[in-house]
Design a protein around this ligand. Structure first.
Ligand SMILES: [Zn+2]
Length: 209
């Protein structure tokens, strides 16, 4: 089964992606991770990422395409972080068609702006990669990482509500046509993201074969 995971920043996409790929033995296609890997041997990607420029869609699609050629994806994959807009979705579909691969479900973890603000304001991260939320997923010891014992920090870009507001507005603008696109094809499954992590995962699991 091949799936796409959509949702605003703060919806818990990362956590759910991990749950899904682990439980269903799927391959996690995180475009962020793939680009970070690719930059090690690709000078052009490295330069784009270093200067904070957007990596062209074609480059991302080529990376996914090459990844599809390996034979460890028989149980399916989960795309996380791509596509972000309608154009990318259309290009992705063209590429998948050429490979005779299809998307079976598109999960949208739906939460509203108010909830995004609450969650992002409470988000704490550790340099080891662990992330917490002082309301929803607090660490055992206040301000300390459960995994490595380091001090947790609040990300710079999470501090300002205006930044969050902008990110949410961009997400909305880009994602709405995308949601409509996948809704038309009957692939879209809306998941109530206001529930806790386990309940959200349970909702998603019901649709994965
Ligand atoms: Zn840590």
């Amino acid at each position: 089964m091949n799936c796409i995971l959509l949702g605003p920043p703060g919806a818990g996409k990362g956590t759910q992606a991990k749950n899904i790929v682990k439980s269903f033995n799927m391959l996690h296609f995180s475009t962020g991770d793939m680009l970070r890997k690719a930059k090690k041997f690709d000078e052009i990607i490295n330069k784009l990422l270093l200067t904070g420029q957007l990596v062209p869609d074609k480059v991302v699609i080529d990376i996914i395409k090459r990844r599809l050629e390996r034979d460890d994806i028989k149980k399916g994959f989960l795309l996380d972080g791509f596509p972000r807009n309608l154009r990318q979705a259309e290009q992705l579909d063209l590429m998948l068609k050429s490979k005779n691969v299809r998307i079976n479900k598109v999960f949208l973890i739906d939460i509203g702006f108010e909830e995004v603000i609450n969650r992002i304001a409470g988000r704490r991260v550790c340099e080891c990669g662990a992330s917490y939320n002082i309301i929803a997923v607090p660490p055992k010891k206040n301000g300390i990482c459960d995994c490595c014992g380091a001090n947790l920090v609040q990300r710079n870009d999470d501090r300002e509500e205006s930044v969050v507001r902008d990110r949410f507005a961009i997400y909305k603008r880009q994602t709405e046509p995308l949601i409509e696109y996948y809704n038309k094809t009957g692939l879209l499954v809306e998941i109530d993201g206001l529930k806790d992590e386990k309940a959200v995962f349970k909702q998603i699991s019901m649709y994965i074969l």
